[in-house]
Design a protein around this ligand. Sequence first.
Ligand code: IVH
Length: 753
Amino acid sequence: MDQQTQARIASLSDQLHQHNYRYHVLNDPIVSDAEYDRLFRELTELETANPQLALADSPTQRVGSDLSLDFPKAPHPAPILSLANAFDAADLANWEERNLRLLPADTELAYVLQPKLDGLAIVITYENGVLVRAATRGNGELGDDVTANVKTIRSVPLRIPVDRAAAAAPARLVVRGEILFHKESFLELNREQEAQGLPAYVNARNTASGSLKQKDSRETAKRKLTAYIYAIVDSDGAEMSSEWETLQFLRVMGFNVIPEARHCAGLDEVIQTLPDWEARRNALDFEIDGLVLKVDQLALADELGVVGKDPRGAVAYKFPAEEASTKLVGITIGVGRTGKVTPTAQLEPVFIGGVTVSNASLHNYEQVSALDIRLGDRVVVKRSGDVIPYVIGPVTGARDGSESPILPPAACPFCGRELIQPAGAVDWFCSNPKCPERVMRTLEFFVSRGAMDIEGMGPQTIAALIDNGLIEDEADIFNLSAENLLALEGFADKKVENLLQSIERAKSRSFTQVLTSLGIDGIGATVAGLLGDNFASIPELLATAQAIRAAEEDFAEAARPLVDGADDGDPDIGKLLHRLRHPTAELAPRYLDAADLSPRLERLLRPLRLAPGDIAPIQAPLSALIAVSRPLHEIEGLGPILVENIVNFFADPHQQAVIAKMEAAAVNMRAEEKVLASAGLAGQTFVLTGTMSVPRGEIKSLVEANGGKVTGSVSKKTSYVVAGDSPGSKVEKALKSGVPVISESELRALIPG
Ligand code: IVH
C-alpha cells in the first residue's frame, strides 16, 4: 500500500511540476485549471494522510510562479495572496460561520461581491502619483518587472489622480488588479490574425499573459489589453476603513474599477444574487470564472488574518466547471467546402457546465501532434459560451500504454483522392474540387443565412437535387424549373412554388451576401463589405483579380532566370525565392510607396549575387503588378494573404464559370450605391493612425459618409494622415513624403455641417 502511495505521490509531483512549468514559464498549459486543481488536491490529501512520504520538492510546498528569465525581478511590499475556493452556497455559509467564530459575538459581516476576472494578476506602484513600477504576481513575493509593457495599457493611469481636480494622490500607493482582453478585443485580434492569414488564438487568458510578457513593449502595445484594479496592497497616506470605500477611492483616483461590483448587507443577500450572476456571466465584456466575495469591514478582515496563503476575509466562489476530463474513444473526419480536413474527437459522454458533451473539436492534426493527444487518452475538454467544445490536451498521467497516435488519413475518406498539406499550412486538404462532400458543403454554405439565405433549401433538398442530377454547382440553383422539381419524390406543388420563390428572392441579395456566398477562403461578411466599399461589382473585382494574375505571370516569366539558377536549399535564398514566387502577397505590398524600385530590389536580391543588369528585366513587370494590385492592397483591413486568396479564387476557371452562370441568371452582382451625408471629402484619401476618441472604424465610416476614402498606407495619393494618440510610423512617413498630418478635430473641421 505504502509503496503504491509513494509511487502515486512521485507521479503526481512529477506531473504537477511539468504543468507548473508549462503554465508559468512556457505560457502553454496542456491541462485545465480544474484538472490541475484535481491533481493538486489529490497530492495534498495523500501527503496529509502520509506526511512521512511527502517529498522535499513537492509542488505543494510552494505557491505557483510565473517568473520568466526575460525580466528583472521586483519584490512586492506585501505578499500577493491567493484565495480559498467555495463551490456552492453551503461552502459560503460554512466560510462565514468559521469566520464568525473568530470574531466578537454579535458581529455582523457586510460584503463586497465582484466578478472574478479570468486574467492575470498585476501589482502597480505609484509614488507621488506617478507610476513607477508594475510587476506580475510571480511567486507571490517576487514578480517579473513588466513596467514598460504595462505602461502601454491605456486603462492603466500613468499618473493619479487622472482628474487633477480630484483628491490628491497618496505619497505611495501599491494597487493590485487583473489584466485581460475584453471579449471584443480578443475577437478583433483574431479577426486581424485571420486577415493576415495567421492562425487564431484559442485562449484569451494565455494570449493576455503572452502579450504582457513580450520583450519588446511595442508588441504589447499592439494588443488591446485592459486592466481592472480591485485592491490596495500597501500605501502611505491612503487609509481605508472598508472594501467598498477602497473601490470608491480607486475609482476617484482614475482606476478602472469593475463596474459590476456590489455591496451586500449580509450573506443572505450574496447568496440570493448567485443565480443572477451565473445567468449574466456570458453577457459581460470579459471572461470570468467566478466571483470574489470580501468582508467589507477592513478591521474585521484584518482580525481574521491569513491561513496558509489565503486571507480568511475573502473567498473565491467558482462557477460550475466548464472543463472536464473524459476518454477519447474515436476520431471522425470532416471535409469542408475548401477541402480542409478536420478531425473531431468522439468522447465518452461527459457533463460540462450543464450540457452533455460527446464530440469536441481537435482543431487540426498539427495541434493534435503538438499536444501529443492519442486515441484512448483521458483528455480535458472545455466548453465556454456558445463555442464548440474543444480538447485542451491529454492527461498524460492517466496513460496505461494502450493509447495510439492519431495521424492524418492518407486519402480523402469521401472521394479517395490524396490529401495535400500546402507549404507552411497546418491543415490538410482534399485536392478534388468535385469531391461529393466538398460540393455538398459548398452548397450548404451557399444557401445558408449569412450567404444567399435560400429558405426551404435544407441539406436533404440539396442532396436530392445533386442525386437527381439537377445541380452540379451553386449557380445551377438559379436554373431550376417547376417541371424539374415536380418530378422529384416528395416535391408537391406548394413546396415547389415556395422553393422557387425563395430562389427568386435570393437573386437580389446584397453584394456582401453574394460575395460571401462564393466562399473565398478568409472572405466573410466583414471583408466582403470592405470589398463592396471599394469595387462597384463582382465582375469589376474579377477583372482586377484577372489583371493581377496576368501581371503575376509576366513577372514570373521575367523572374524565371533569377529563380531557376538559385540554390533552394539555402534558407535565406529559399525565403527570397518564396517572395519571388508570390509577388502579389510578398512583394507588391512592401513597395506600394516606393518612389524608386531599383535600389530596393537590388538590396532585396543581393543574396542571389546577380550580375549588374540582371534586375532590370523584373522592374517593369513588378511596377505593373503593383499598379494593378494597388486597389486591393490599399484597402485597410485586407491583408496580403487575403489578396492572394482573392486572386487565386477568381483565376480558377470553375469559379469563373459559376459566376458567369449566376450573372446570366440575373443574380445581383453590384455593390449598393452609398448614400452620402455630404460630398465634402470627395476625391480625398485619408490614412488613419493612433488612437482616436472613438474606434477607428467609426472615423472611417465618417470619412466615407462624406465621400472620402480611407486607405492603409501612405502614398503619393494620400491627402492627409490623421494622427490620434501614440500614432505609428505612418506619421514619419507622411512627414518625409510631404503629406500633411492633421488631428482628429482638424479632420472633423473639414466636414461640412
Ligand atoms: S481579490 C487577497 N478580486 O483571482 C486576495 N482577485 O484566486 C485578493 N482575481 O490571484 C484578490 N478577479 O488574481 C480579487 N475581482 C477580483 C479578482 C481577483 C480575479 C484573481 C486574482 C487572484 C485570484 C485568486
